[in-house]
Design a protein around this ligand. Structure first.
Ligand SMILES: [Zn+2]
Length: 558
C-alpha cells in the first residue's frame, strides 16, 4: 500500500496580497495577488496565504514594478554606499550610471589622475579600494562588493576623451580617434549599455560633432544607446537638440536626450524643444527624452566658472581670481558663453544673482540663507565681484543653491508622451561616509516620492499609471531590459509598493526658498513601505533590510 505524504502547499517565497496592481504598461490598476518564486514573478492572480513562505499585506496600496532611473551619477557613490539607501527607499531598483560623459571607467594611462581629481563630479577621494582600469573590471569590482539595487552603466565620452587627450581642447588626430574608439569598443564588449556625453562640461565641451558621431558608430554596432547632456540647455538649446538628433542619424544609434528641461535663458520653450524630438521620430529616428522634477541644484561656486578653469588646482584658481584683470576677462567669458556652460551658469550670464543662495558658508555663518545679490547689496559691491570674492573668502567651500528652472516647464515635460522620469541624482545615505556630506540632494532622496506626492496625488498632473509607466517599462524599453519594468509572470521581481495617501518627499525644498531651508538636510521619504529587488526584500514595513540583492547588469546585443 502506498502512503500519501501531505503535499507541501508552499509555492511562493513571497506573496504580495491584496494590492492594486499598476502593471507599468500604463494601464489602470486592478486587484490581484502577486507571487514571487526565486528572483522572478511567478503568478499574478488569486493566491492563498498558505501558498506563501512570506506574506506582504498590500491592502489599499499600489504594487508597481521597481523604478528604473535612467539618468544617475551613482558610479562611485554606489560603492561608497552599497546599500543604496537613499534610492532604494524611494522604490528605485535600477540605476543607469555613467551619464553626462562621466563614467568611472575606463581609467588608465597618464591622464587617469587628472580625471579623478578634476573632472569627476565627486566621491573618488573617499574611495579607499578602487582597483579597476577597464569598464569590465569596474563592473566586476562592484559585483564583488555587492550593491543594494541593480546597476547598469554607460561609458562616458568625457572619460574616454580625457584618457587620450587629457584636458586638451584640440580635436583628436586620426590615431587618437582610433584609440578613443577602441576604448568605447572594449567598454561595449564589457557590458556598457551605450555612450554618454556631457557637452557643457570639460572635456566634452571641446569635442566637435564628428568626433562624437565616430564614437557612436561603435556603439551602434553593439545596439547601445547614446545619451546626451546636450551642448547648452539654454540659449542654444534648439541647436543642441538638433546636434544630438544628427549624431543619431549619422551613426545609427538611438538617442536619449538627458534631463532636457530648458534652463534659464530658454524658459518656456518646451513646445519647441519637444517638437524637435517628435519630428525626429516621424523621420524614423528613435529619439526619447528624460527629465527630473527639481528646479534647483546644489553646486560649488567655482563650477559656474568657464570650463578651462575646472582643470586646474584650486590654489592656482584662487591666484587667478585675485587679479582684477582676470576677473574682468572671466566675467566677459561667462557672458559670451562660447562653450555654453551648465544650465545654472545662465544665472550668472543673465546677472540673476537673486537666484543663487548660500546654503552653508563655513567661515561666515551670518551669510547663510542670503543670496549673492543680497550680499552684494550689503557690501555695496558689484555682484560678479562679490561672487568672485566669496569663492576666495571661503576657499570655494560654500554650499550654493542655484535655482534656474521653472516648475511650469517641468510639468510640461512630465506630461509629454516622449518624456520618461529620471533623477539626475546619485545614491546616498544620511549615514554619510567621513568627509562626504549629502549636501542638498533632493534628487537623491526625494525624486520619485515627490512626483507621486505633488504631481500625482496633490495636483493630478499625471495619473498614477502614467507616472509609473514613465518610471518603469519606458526606461526599461529604452535600455533593452525587457525582463524588467512590467508586472507579469516571468519578469524579474523588482517591486515597489507605495501608499499614495501617505507618500511624502522629505528632501525637496520648494521654490521660493526661505531660510532656514525646509527639508535640509534631506531625510528619507515616507509612504513606500515595501521594496523588493530580484526577489529579495530590501525594504519591509518602511524599514530597510541589510540585503544587497542588486545585480550588475551587462548589456547584451538583443
Ligand atoms: Zn547632466
Amino acid at each position: 500500500m502506498r502512503i500519501r505524504r501531505p503535499v507541501n502547499p508552499i509555492r511562493f517565497d513571497i506573496g504580495i496580497l491584496g494590492g492594486r496592481i499598476v502593471d507599468g504598461a500604463g494601464n489602470p490598476w486592478y486587484y490581484g495577488d502577486l507571487g514571487i518564486a526565486g528572483k522572478k514573478i511567478s503568478k499574478i492572480g488569486r493566491i492563498d496565504r498558505k501558498e506563501c513562505q512570506n506574506v506582504v499585506r498590500a491592502d489599499d496600496l499600489y504594487v508597481c514594478p521597481g523604478f528604473i532611473d535612467i539618468h544617475t551619477h551613482s558610479d562611485v557613490s554606489a560603492l561608497l554606499y552599497p546599500g543604496c539607501d537613499s534610492t532604494i527607499r524611494q522604490g528605485v531598483t535600477t540605476h543607469l550610471v555613467g551619464n553626462c560623459g562621466q563614467s568611472a571607467a575606463p581609467v588608465r594611462g597618464p591622464y587617469a589622475d587628472l580625471w579623478r581629481e578634476h573632472y569627476w563630479f565627486s566621491g573618488f577621494g573617499y574611495l579607499k579600494d578602487w582597483d579597476w582600469e577597464s569598464f569590465g573590471q569596474y563592473l566586476s569590482h562592484m559585483e564583488k562588493k555587492g550593491v543594494g539595487h541593480n546597476i547598469a552603466g554607460l561609458v562616458g565620452h568625457g572619460t574616454v576623451r580625457a584618457m587620450v587627450l587629457g584636458s586638451s581642447q584640440a580635436a583628436p588626430t586620426p590615431k587618437e580617434l582610433r584609440l578613443m574608439k577602441s576604448l568605447v569598443d572594449e567598454s561595449m564588449r564589457d557590458g556598457a549599455f551605450g555612450l554618454s556625453t556631457g557637452l557643457v562640461y570639460p572635456p566634452g565641451c571641446y569635442a566637435k560633432t564628428d568626433e562624437i558621431i565616430e564614437m557612436c558608430k561603435v556603439v551602434a554596432k553593439y545596439g547601445g544607446i547614446y545619451t546626451s547632456h546636450i551642448r547648452g540647455e539654454r540659449e542654444t538649446v534648439l541647436d543642441a537638440i538638433k546636434e544630438a538628433v544628427l549624431i543619431g542619424e549619422k551613426s545609427g544609434v538611438s538617442v536619449q536626450i538627458s534631463h532636457n528641461c530648458p534652463k534659464v535663458g530658454a524658459w518656456g520653450r518646451t513646445k519647441e524643444t519637444l517638437r524637435l524630438a517628435e519630428e525626429a521620430r516621424i523621420e524614423g529616428l528613435d529619439v526619447t527624452v528624460d527629465n527630473d522634477v527639481h528646479t534647483d541644484l546644489e553646486e560649488s561656486m567655482s563650477a559656474s566658472l568657464p570650463q578651462y578653469l575646472h582643470a586646474i588646482d584650486k590654489q592656482e584658481l584662487f591666484e587667478i581670481l585675485k587679479d582684477p584683470g582676470n576677473r574682468r576677462r572671466i566675467k566677459k567669458e561667462i557672458i559670451e558663453d562660447e562653450h555654453p556652460g551648465a544650465g545654472y551658469v545662465g544665472l550668472l550670464k543673465h546677472g540673476m544673482f537673486d537666484r543663487i543662495f548660500l546654503m552653508e558658508v563655513p567661515r561666515q555663518k551670518d551669510l547663510e540663507g542670503k543670496t549673492v545679490a543680497q550680499v552684494a547689496e550689503e557690501r555695496r559691491r558689484d555682484p560678479y565681484e562679490t561672487f568672485f570674492d566669496l569663492i576666495l573668502e571661503e576657499k570655494d567651500k560654500i554650499v550654493t543653491l542655484y535655482d534656474y528652472i521653472l516648475e511650469e516647464d517641468v510639468k510640461a515635460l512630465l506630461v509629454h508622451p516622449l518624456v520618461m522620469v529620471s533623477s539626475d541624482g546619485s545614491t546616498r545615505s544620511i549615514d554619510h561616509v567621513a568627509g562626504d556630506s549629502p549636501g542638498y540632494s533632493p534628487c537623491a532622496f526625494g525624486e520619485y516620492p515627490g512626483i507621486f506626492e505633488r504631481y500625482v496625488r496633490d495636483e493630478a498632473v499625471l495619473t498614477i499609471q502614467e507616472a509609473v509607466r514613465k518610471m518603469t517599462s519606458f526606461p526599461a524599453q529604452r535600455l533593452g531590459l525587457l525582463d524588467r519594468g512590467l508586472l507579469r509572470p516571468g519578469m524579474r521581481a523588482d517591486i515597489a509598493v507605495i501608499d499614495l495617501a501617505r507618500i511624502r518627499d522629505r528632501a525637496t525644498n520648494l521654490w521660493p526658498h526661505a531660510y532656514p531651508y525646509k527639508n535640509y538636510p534631506p531625510k528619507y521619504p515616507e509612504g513606500i513601505p515595501h521594496v523588493i529587488v530580484n526577489g529579495t526584500v530590501a525594504v519591509k514595513d518602511g524599514k530597510q533590510t541589510k540585503a544587497r540583492a542588486g545585480e550588475v547588469l551587462r548589456h547584451k546585443w538583443p
